[in-house]
Write a protein that binds this ligand. Structure first.
Ligand SMILES: Nc1ncnc2c1ncn2[C@@H]1O[C@H](COP(=O)(O)OP(=O)(O)OP(=O)(O)O)[C@@H](O)[C@H]1O
Ligand SMILES: [Mg+2]
Length: 331
């Protein structure tokens, strides 16, 4: 796959010597959904601004849609759509007027724009509300409109800065569904930032975690979880000889901790080792009292690489959604 976005040692120093983005390097494959994750003030919006030519690059380089951001900004702008973190639509216009205004700004001929605007409005189920003033929209409707306003000129790459921040759980799920559809059905490369690690986990093809302006870890969500040791399997067995050596002998096991009759085993893709483990325990004449398998979350990856949880950040982000989809299951 070709790298449609590339950043090499990308750096932004604001006046007053604040290094907001510090030698950041990454790439995004064409047609994929890339998540740029990190706490408040990490440098996510600043990176998006440099990639979308809205902020100058202090040092390093970036290319977007195969054009150099510093040398060919107009070519970059033609290829991208942006939904900024701050307000992106006008309250005093209707939904359709906002879309048509964007079409004018992007110089899309009116006849083409009108047809496309209708398609986009249908795509996000805003047909009935399209002739109402945006001032009367709910937060979720406004976000849906923002998504399509950025698409009227058929960009190849879509930059979304915190598209679900502050929305309720159901609305966030709906927005993610639209984002996924845009990515898959319209072959749109998506670069998005989010605080919601579990959302990124289930939807992004690859992610990078940025903290204090530096990328701390990047890869697919499953690669990242394997890098921090993979799954945690907890097994409680009836008393007998220690099973520590037996567990250590199983392929892929990274760590075994024994506390009495309980074992805590770190192993990537634990489910694949379960039959061997169950057979081994049974062959030793022991019985299993309890088993639990914890799949690590991206929040745990964040904790491992930064030493703190993103949930501890003072972002004010309520997060029952994260708890709801935490992948702990009792066997
Ligand atoms: N125009 C600016 N001038 C000076 N400093 C800035 C400017 N914009 C951002 N910063 C600083 O740069 C750092 C990174 O900010 P940025 O907005 O990129 O973070 P972020 O990761 O998008 O945070 P959030 O999650 O809160 O949106 C912060 O310390 C911020 O205060
Ligand atoms: Mg931001």
């Amino acid at each position: 796959m070709s790298k449609i976005i590339e950043a090499e040692d990308l750096t932004k120093i604001y006046a007053g010597n604040l290094t907001a983005v510090d030698h950041v390097s990454f790439s995004v494959d064409e047609g994929t959904l890339f998540g740029f994750l990190g706490p408040n003030g990490a440098g996510k919006t600043t990176t998006i601004k440099m990639l979308t030519t809205l902020a100058s690059i202090t040092s390093g380089k970036a290319s977007v849609a195969y054009h150099d951001c510093a040398k060919e900004p107009n070519e970059v702008r033609k290829s991208i759509g942006i939904v900024p973190q701050d307000l992106a639509v006008d309250d005093d216009l209707t939904g359709i007027e906002n879309v048509m205004l964007a079409a004018k700004l992007y110089r899309v001929p009116e006849s083409i724009a009108r047809k496309r605007a209708e398609e986009l409005i249908n795509l996000v189920d805003l047909k009935d509300a399209s002739k109402r003033l945006v001032a009367t929209y709910s937060g979720g409707m406004r976000k849906r409109l923002e998504l399509i306003v950025g698409l009227i000129h058929q960009p190849r790459i879509f930059f979304l800065d915190e598209p679900t921040l502050g929305l309720d759980i159901q609305t966030r799920a709906v927005i993610w569904d639209y984002i996924k559809r845009l990515n898959k059905e319209h072959n749109l490369t998506i670069f998005m930032t989010t605080h919601y690690l579990e959302e990124a986990d289930s939807l992004c093809d690859s992610v990078a975690i940025i903290d204090h302006g530096k990328i701390r870890i990047s890869g697919s969500p499953s690669e990242l979880k394997e890098k921090v040791g993979g799954d945690v399997l907890e097994i409680d067995v009836t008393n007998g000889a220690s099973l520590t050596e037996f567990f250590r002998s199983i392929q892929g096991v990274k760590e075994v901790k024994q506390t009495g009759s309980k074992y805590r085993i770190k192993i990537p893709r634990a489910e694949e080792a379960l039959p061997t483990i169950f057979e081994g325990i049974s062959a030793k004449g022991l019985k299993i009292r309890e088993v639990s398998l914890n799949k690590p979350t991206l929040d745990e990856v964040f904790l491992e690489v930064t030493g703190r949880s993103l949930r501890d950040e003072p972002s004010g982000a309520e997060d029952s959604f994260q708890r709801m989809i935490t992948s702990r299951r009792r066997l």
